[in-house]
Design a protein around this ligand. Structure first.
Ligand code: HEM
Length: 169
């Protein structure tokens, strides 16, 4: 029920409340009003939609991977990959972010632990990568709320991406 229709019904509910069983009706009206307002007012679009959909996520991913691959310290992790392999990684990251933000994609890559195990990614490497992600999100002027939500999703991956043995280096 929309706020408008609640307001439209309000006089009738008030009349019933006065004439019949005030407490019960008033309570129900209050409950209806309370239940209806969030549904009408705060129904949120998915993070995927709010970020601008697939193309926006692909653009951020391209920028992010470009920054990782050309970083003086992090570039070594991507050295030796063919262009096709890098494109494959890129596509899997796009699909993963699309899926994780509520978009219409399936992620068919490996899990994050298996993917990154043995690479020796340190906590410092992770922090540097997050800075690059923030820079990419800022470049595309992603608003603070959406930026925060995406970074929160990324942070859930840290424990699987950072090498346990290298985590404290
Ligand atoms: C938000 C953080 C990250 C996400 C979402 C992410 C996601 C992914 C995905 C989806 C893949 C491909 C999975 C597959 O092949 O099935 C991948 C591969 C890879 N990632 Fe990440 N990654 C992240 C951070 C990092 C960082 C910080 C590094 C290194 C500095 C890194 C290095 C790599 C490398 C080298 C590969 C290729 C592994 C291989 O060839 O087998 N990733 N990543």
């Amino acid at each position: 029920m929309t706020r408008r229709s609640i307001l439209a019904r309000a006089p009738r509910l008030l009349a019933v409340a006065v004439l019949a069983v005030p407490l019960a009706v008033a309570t129900r009206a209050a409950a209806q009003g309370h239940a209806a307002a969030p549904a009408a007012d705060t129904a949120k679009k998915s993070l995927y939609s709010r970020l601008g959909g697939y193309d926006a996520i692909a653009a951020v991913t391209d920028d992010f991977i470009g920054r990782l691959a050309t970083d003086a310290e992090l570039g070594k992790f991507f050295a030796g990959h063919s262009t096709d392999s890098l494109n494959r990684i890129r596509q899997l990251v796009v699909d993963q972010l699309c899926f994780a933000t509520g978009g219409p994609c399936k992620y068919i890559g490996r899990d994050m632990k298996a993917t990154h195990q043995g690479l020796g990614i340190t906590k410092a490497n992770w922090d540097a990568a997050v800075k690059h992600l923030v820079a990419s999100l800022d470049k595309f002027a992603v608003p603070a709320a959406e930026k925060g939500e995406l970074l929160a999703i990324a942070s859930t991956l840290e424990k699987d991406i950072v090498d346990a043995a290298a985590a404290k280096k």
